[in-house]
Every structure is written in C-alpha cells, then in structure tokens.
Ligand binder design. Structure first.
Ligand code: GRF
Length: 188
C-alpha cells in the first residue's frame, strides 16, 4: 500500500474527494490528514471517514524538522497539499523529494505566489479580464507555487462571472482531476 498524507486547513472538499477515490483502492490509501487549524472543516471529514488526523504546531513545523519523524513513523509515502497555506519547510522537502504535490486554482506561473490564494486569485484573474483560468497541479519546492508543473486544466471565463462563480467552476475541475492525477503518479 502507498500511504498518502493530505495536508489541508480549510473546508477540505478536495481532501474529501481524494478520500472517496482511494477508499477501496487496492494499492493507495489516505492514511493521515494533517491540519494546522483547530476547527477546520477538513477535520470533520477525516472523522467521518475514520482517518487519523495530526494537528501541527507552527513552531515545531518550521523550527523543528517539519514533522518528518512522525510522517516516516506512520509510513507516509506521498504528501498531497489541498488548501494548505503554510510554506513547506526544507527538511520536509528533502525527506520527500518529488513526493509532495499541490493544487493551485489558476494557471501557473500566473496568479501564484505569496498571498495568492482563494478568492484573491479569482478576483485578480477577473480584474485582469482574462478569457480563461483553470487549475495547476505541481510539485512543491521551497517557494510558493513554484515547483515543476505536472498537469493543468482550463476553463472559460464567462462575461458575468463573479469570484464566487469562477471559484465554483474551478472547484469542480479540482475535484475531477486531483484524485485522478494522484492515482496516475502513484501507480506508475
Ligand atoms: C482549492 O481551491 C485549492 O486549489 C487551493 O485551496 C483550495 C482548497 O479548497 N489550494 P478545499 O478546502 O479543498 O475546498
């Protein structure tokens, strides 16, 4: 079994779809949800699905060794970020080379970087009168939204789109593609 840890700190809709996809999978399982926010929606999703959770502490994450010991002890092979806003420390990247991926709700390299998350991304895309947006799945390095791109999917921007309506369309793309791309990467 390849064991995934999903790092998420928000509502966790992507985490939910990933859990669903691998619930009965023969070679891949979601073994852990890592979260930095007590009360985050993703914790309830984990509980409903009986998946262990690890609530992490900022000091230990950045000044310690990025929870590498805990993750290795649990046999985690692969890390999936799904709405996790902290930068990933070097120790963790070194321990999991090319084994940490993220999803970003825009077409990188545009509309990424520090502060570019959630509604801010969609507001900026709309303000710039872009004709399309989309999702980017990429490897994680020590900079925000910077690692090699694995996959992108596009969607059209409608004339009457609001940040909310665009976010919804993008979420649908994420839910469709993220679980599938994870599977492709892990069954290789
Ligand atoms: C997604 O839009 C993802 O692209 C971004 O954070 C959001 C998480 O949403 N990195 P959810 O918590 O999975 O609903």
């Amino acid at each position: 079994m390849k064991k995934i840890a999903v790092f998420a700190s928000g509502t966790g809709s992507n985490a939910g779809k990933i859990i669903e996809k691998f619930r009965e999978h023969s070679t891949i399982s979601v073994a852990l949800i890592v979260c930095n926010k007590p009360g985050a929606g993703v914790l309830q999703i984990a509980e409903r699905n009986k998946i262990p959770t690890l609530l992490i502490d900022k000091e230990k994450f950045f000044r310690g060794n990025g929870y590498v010991d805990e993750l290795k002890q649990m046999g985690i092979d692969f890390i999936v970020l799904a709405g996790f806003l902290w930068k990933i420390p070097g120790a963790l990247i070194k321990a999991y080379p090319k084994k940490i991926i993220n999803i970003h709700p825009a077409l990188l390299p545009n509309y990424g970087g520090k502060g570019m998350y959630g509604q801010f991304v969609h507001e900026t895309v709309l303000a710039n009168k872009e004709k399309e947006s989309g999702i980017t799945i990429h490897y994680v390095d020590e900079h925000y939204d910077n690692g090699d791109i694995i996959f992108q999917a596009k969607c059209e921007i409608m004339q009457n789109d609001t940040p909310g309506s665009l976010a919804e369309r993008i979420h649908r793309l994420e839910h469709d593609w993220y679980p599938r791309i994870i599977e492709e990467l892990l069954v290789k």
